[in-house]
Design a protein around this ligand. Sequence first.
Ligand code: COA
Length: 279
Amino acid sequence: MFHIKKMSLDDLGFAVRITDLMSWNLVEEDFKFMMHLEPDGCFVLLSNSERIGIATTVSFGEVGWVGNVIVSENRRKQGAGSLLVRHCVKYLANKNVKTIGLYSYIDKAPFYRRLGFKYDSEFSVLKGKSFSSPSRAGVREATKEDMQEVIDYDQTCFGASRRKLLEPILLNPHNLCYVSTEDDQILGYIVAKVYEEMAEIGPSVCRQGRNGIAINLLKAVLNRLQGFEVSMCVPKKESAILNMLKGASFSENFHVARMFFGRPVVKDCIYMAESLERG
Ligand SMILES: CC(C)(COP(=O)(O)OP(=O)(O)OC[C@H]1O[C@@H](n2cnc3c(N)ncnc32)[C@H](O)[C@@H]1OP(=O)(O)O)[C@@H](O)C(=O)NCCC(=O)NCCS
């Protein structure tokens, strides 16, 4: 009864409408970007010819990510969502992906567990208005010349090169990237994707256990984004970052569980996720 096809440009209106039901705030450009990153890995679920769900994937060598999993409300609990997720896993496995990550709503974790994903850790999705926050020395805005080093540095933490994702984000002149350096070596970086009135901070990757660097980078970006509505996804265990944000105007919107299918390779040096759908 259910079948799955590759997402095409004709499906973008549906993808936006169905995700609007969850207030994920995605626009057609977001799905175009996903299709640019993974042309064969964005899917639409159909019942006969009726579109009833979507899911997206992205592969970075041996690490992949699943996101935007959603089924029309009146078609749930009939096995459609499981079919969709299994299809994503199979697609990524065929691309030689060994580790698949996703961020799950807490109440959906049993659904993913049943499909072979294992709980890893929790992340808090925060929203608030950016505030004035001067940062200390050692942090500077990245230049084009830093891009290669940022991408290489990210790989040491993420476990695979996210070049195809990071390059377009870093090259977009609206976005911000700051690096923290010591003796000319990168100790961490942070990126903010800047839209008209809002911004999404992430990824931020720093040396494990050096959350002072992550805080300093975050301050530099918040300072630049004064007046913007900002969102970010921070590990729950990073209490110093969470307390700093909550002490200002930020509050937790919801929290999610990071889960992995296969061996978890991502190290404990992700201080902010890039996005829920891409890791
Ligand atoms: C998460 C979501 C995609 C699942 O889709 P779905 O089509 O309901 O998924 P399934 O039918 O395969 O599985 C859902 C449950 O129904 C059960 N089920 C499947 N077929 C069934 C049947 N014929 N009769 C009764 N129960 C059934 C499954 O065992 C599963 O139980 P579990 O959640 O306890 O593991 C759907 O709930 C959804 O779109 N939610 C809103 C968006 C969202 O939260 N997405 C996830 C982001 S992390």
